[in-house]
Design a binder for this molecule. Structure first.
Ligand code: PLP
Length: 394
């Protein structure tokens, strides 16, 4: 498939400018909480933006800044600001944009932590969330819920965990038509596979914990968007809310990003092979992968993504089979995260809602039979063989 030209050069080089004068091959880790500024005037000049420099890592750090600059280059935005986790980044955007009584439009299929934020925090602020279905709802259904108090549309594509596809250009047009801010969680696709800004989306958030880091060793998040909005986030959320990214994690993310394109190519290739294999397997009820022609969002995914991603979902006959399958795996691991070097499988219903019936799960928007795979970097044949032997035991 058509990939982004020049992306590999950006991932290796962008943002990593160290001003120490030593010309290191890797951006140094400035593991320092405070930076001394010499005299009072220099401190004032740095604080007021007349002089380049750093004061305190909660509001800025050279290693964190390098990570932000790399993300800015990869997403093609004016600016980026890092946070302590993906959730901290999402919370910062929502809290910055919303005032009590404001409203949000969101696709129903978003990361569970985001839904929990809607339910636990936005409810307290009296900010209702109106949900839409990424692939089924027509434009009229979306426009019907827009009111004078609607401040933003928040969505993911591909969604977690069903891998539904939202048409980014359609959301951008709707948002612009109603002067609403559009925000995408681009964690699953990464800037290598899709560039939301090019489709007209205003703001991008990431859980850097996933593909950006890529090695399952650091938690972090980042927001990329206009200089104006990112400055607002820096001055309000970072300064006062305080969920800053640690320099060490920024350093790990910089290292992870250098190989993002190489890893994503491998993840996508393996995911396509797994989806094809699972689709033809008699014990598998259905497979959800945007690269399959049978996927309802295939045409949109082809239009807006340069490949279909490293995540695959599939359904087995019942929950007992799902449990047995997961527990019989030998090479693939079971866990909640994704985008790592290891293949990770998750059956959300059995893990998070073991006491709920299938019908109760469905009422909560959780597919009781769905297993999510985050394909790792192992050899595809080994992953396939492990899945096959686990399926045989059903
Ligand atoms: N967005 C998506 C799509 C996720 O999958 C996750 C975590 O799994 C998050 C956001 C939250 O990120 P973090 O765990 O870094 O807070």
């Amino acid at each position: 498939m058509k990939k982004r030209p020049g992306f590999g050069t950006l991932t290796v080089h962008a943002g990593e400018e160290d001003r120490s004068g030593y010309h290191p091959s890797s951006m140094p880790l400035y593991q320092s909480s405070t930076f001394f500024f010499g005299d009072t005037q220099s401190g004032v000049d740095i604080l007021e933006g007349r002089k380049e420099g750093y004061i305190y890592t909660r509001i800025g750090n050279p290693t964190v800044r390098a990570f932000e600059d790399k993300i800015k280059a990869l997403e093609g935005t004016e600016a980026a600001v890092a946070f302590a986790s993906g959730m901290a980044a999402i919370a910062a955007v929502l809290l910055e944009l919303l005032r009590p009584g404001d409203e949000v439009i969101s696709c129903r299929q978003v990361y569970g932590g985001t839904t929990a934020f809607y339910e636990n925090i936005l409810t307290r602020l009296n900010c209702p969330v109106h949900y839409f279905h990424p692939q089924e709802d027509p434009d009229e259904k979306l426009t019907a819920v827009v009111s004078k108090r609607t401040k933003l549309i928040f969505f993911e594509t591909p969604t977690n965990p069903e891998l539904s596809i939202v048409d980014m250009a359609r959301i951008a047009a709707l948002a612009k038509g109603h002067k609403i801010m559009s925000v995408i969680d681009n964690t699953f696709a990464t800037p290598y596979l899709q560039r939301p800004l090019a489709s007209g989306i205003d703001c991008v958030v990431h859980s850097a914990t996933k593909y950006i880091g890529g090695h399952g060793d650091a938690i972090g998040g980042v927001v990329a968007g206009s200089r104006r909005f990112v400055t607002r986030l820096r001055q309000s959320m970072l300064l006062s809310h305080g969920a800053c990214l640690s320099p060490f994690n920024a350093w790990l993310f910089l290292r992870g990003l250098r190989t993002l394109h190489v890893r994503m190519d491998r993840h996508c290739g393996t995911a396509a092979a797994l989806a094809g294999f699972l689709e033809g397997h008699t014990r598998v009820r259905s497979v959800l992968y945007p690269g399959l022609k049978t996927h309802p969002g295939h045409a949109t995914a082809k239009k807006q993504m340069s490949d279909f991603g490293g995540m695959v979902a599939f359904r087995l006959a019942d929950r007992k089979a799902c449990r047995r399958f997961i527990d019989r795996l030998k090479l693939c691991r079971t866990g909640v995260s994704l985008g790592d070097t290891e293949t990770i499988m998750l059956h959300p219903a059995n893990l998070f809602y073991p006491k709920l019936s299938d019908a109760e799960c469905l009422r909560k928007g959780v597919d009781p039979l769905l297993i999510r795979i985050s394909t790792g970097l192992e050899d595809a044949e080994d992953i396939l063989a492990d899945i096959e032997q686990a399926l045989k035991t059903l």
